[in-house]
Design a protein around this ligand. Structure first.
Ligand code: NAP
Length: 367
C-alpha cells in the first residue's frame, strides 16, 4: 500500500536546478517544478485542495510554478529545532550558574577565524552571541587570509595550554594554503569541542569506545530525534551525504543507536529507491530540494541538514535558504520533518555550547 503510494508519486514530481556563484556564496536558481499529488485524501488528517499557479502552502517554497491542480495536505509534525535549541540553552545556562557558584569556574570557548569569508564571520558572530547568552566566556582570534599555518598553530598551542579555555574551535574552511588536517589535529583532544579530531571520530566508530566529543551537527540531529520521541533502535535509517563533519558521523551515531544504516552518496545508484526504504532520513548534501516527496516513505521522519541559498527576488537579500529536502512535498508524506531554516541549524550551536560545558566540567572534575 505504502509502496504503491510512493511509486505513483515518483512519476509526478520533477524539477531541475542549476547554480551560480555569487561572491563567496553558492546561490542556486530553481527553474521548474510540476507537482500533482496522487495520494488518496483518506490517508491524511487534513486535506485541502487548491488550484493555483503559485505555491501558497508554505512560505519556504522555492518553486515558482505549480502547473496542475494539487491536493495539498499538511500531515507532518514540524520538528522545531529553534525551540528545542532554546530549551537546551536554558538548561545549559542553569548548569553554568551552578558551576560558577560551586567552584567559581565559567566555561571558555576559543574561536579561531582565518580570512574574510562573510559566511564564516557570521557563523563565528552567532557562536559568540550564543556563548554569551548562556554565560560561556568566548575568546576570538581573527587572522588575515594570508596568515601562515604556523601562526594558526601557535594560537592553538596557546589555547591548549590555557586553563580558562575549555573548548577550541577552528572555523572551517581554512584558506587553501593551509593543511586543514594539520590544524585540526593540533587541537588537544580534551578541548576538541567540534569532535573532529581523528581520535574522537575513531572512538565514535568503535564499539565499546566513547569519544570525548561528538561533532555538533550530527549530535544535534540525534538530539532532535530523542527530544521528539522518535524511536531509532531497529529502524532503517538512510543518511544522504558522507562528509567528515556531518554525513559520516551522523551514520555512526545512528548505528550506535542500533539503527540499520545505509549511506547514500554522489556515486550511489538508485538513491531515491534506497531512501524510500528509510524510517529515518538524514540529508546532508548541499543540493537544494534534491530529496523529493517521491523519495520519502510515508510516515518516515526527515531531518534536513542542508542549508542552501536559492535566488529570491522578493527577499531583500536576493536569496533565501532552503534545505536538501523539498519541504512542501516531503511534509505531506513524512510523519515529522525539520524546516530550513529553524531545524538543525540552531541545534548545531546548542551542541557546541553543550560540548564546551562538558569540557569545562570534565577539566574541573565537576559533576
Ligand atoms: P559536503 O562536505 O559538500 O558533503 C556533501 C556530501 O553529499 C558528500 O558526501 C557528497 O557525496 C554528497 N552528495 C553530493 N551530491 C550528491 C548527490 N547528488 N546525491 C547524493 N549525494 C550527494 O557537505 P557538508 O559539509 O556535509 O554539508 C552538507 C549540507 O549541510 C550543506 O548544505 C551545508 O551547508 C549543510 N550544513 C548544515 C549545518 C547545520 O548546522 N545545519 C552544518 C554543516 C553543514 P561524495 O562524498 O560522493 O562527494
Amino acid at each position: 500500500m505504502a509502496a504503491a503510494a510512493t511509486t505513483s508519486a515518483s512519476t509526478a514530481f520533477s524539477s531541475t536546478t542549476d547554480c551560480c556563484n555569487q561572491g563567496a556564496k553558492r546561490v542556486f536558481r530553481i527553474t521548474a517544478l510540476q507537482v500533482a499529488s496522487t495520494r488518496r485524501p483518506s490517508a491524511f488528517k487534513s486535506v485541502r485542495t487548491i488550484n493555483t499557479n503559485a505555491c501558497t502552502t508554505d512560505s519556504r517554497c522555492s518553486f515558482s510554478g505549480f502547473t496542475k491542480t494539487a491536493t495539498i495536505t499538511a500531515s507532518a509534525k514540524i520538528i522545531d529545532g529553534k525551540s528545542v535549541a532554546k530549551e537546551i540553552r536554558d538548561e545549559i545556562a542553569i548548569e553554568i550558574s551552578r558551576m560558577k557558584e560551586s567552584i567559581g569556574v565559567v566555561p571558555g570557548l576559543a574561536v579561531i577565524l582565518v580570512g574574510d569569508r562573510k559566511d564564516s564571520a557570521t557563523y563565528v558572530r552567532n557562536k559568540k552571541k550564543s556563548c554569551e547568552s548562556v554565560g560561556i566566556k568566548s575568546y576570538e582570534v581573527h587572522l588575515a587570509e594570508d596568515s601562515s599555518e604556523q601562526e594558526v598553530l601557535k594560537y592553538i598551542s596557546g589555547f591548549n595550554d590555557d586553563p580558562s579555555v575549555h573548548g577550541i574551535l577552528v572555523q572551517l574552511p581554512l584558506p587553501s594554503h593551509m593543511n586543514e588536517q594539520n590544524v585540526l589535529n593540533a587541537v588537544c583532544i580534551e578541548k576538541d569541542v567540534d569532535g573532529f579530531n581523528p581520535l574522537n571520530i575513531g572512538r565514535l566508530a568503535m564499539r565499546g569506545r566513547e569519544p570525548l566529543f561528538v561533532p555538533c551537527t550530527p549530535k544535534g540531529c540525534i538530539e532532535l530525534l530523542r527530544r521528539y520521541g522518535v524511536a531509532i533502535k531497529g529502524k532503517r535509517a538512510v543518511v544522504i551525504g558522507r562528509s567528515n563533519i556531518v554525513g559520516m558521523p551522523a551514520a555512526l551515531l545512528l548505528q550506535r543507536e542500533d539503527a540499520t544504516v545505509t549511506i547514500v552518496h554522489s556515486r550511489t545508484k538508485n538513491p531515491e529507491e534506497i531512501t524510500r526504504e528509510a524510517d529515518i532520513v538524514i540529508s546532508a548534501v548541499g543540493q537544494p530540494n534534491m530529496v523529493r516527496g517521491s523519495w520519502i516513505k510515508p510516515g518516515s521522519v526527515v531531518i534536513d541538514v542542508g542549508i542552501n541559498p536559492v535566488e529570491d527576488a522578493k527577499s531583500p537579500r536576493g536569496y533565501r535558504l532552503v534545505g536538501d529536502v523539498c519541504y512542501e512535498e516531503a511534509s505531506q508524506i513524512a510523519s515529522a520533518i525539520t524546516p530550513v531554516p529553524g531545524g538543525v541549524g540552531p541545534m548545531t550551536i546548542a551542541m557546541l555550547i553543550l560540548n564546551t560545558l562538558v569540557a569545562a566540567k570534565r577539566a574541573n572534575n565537576f559533576k
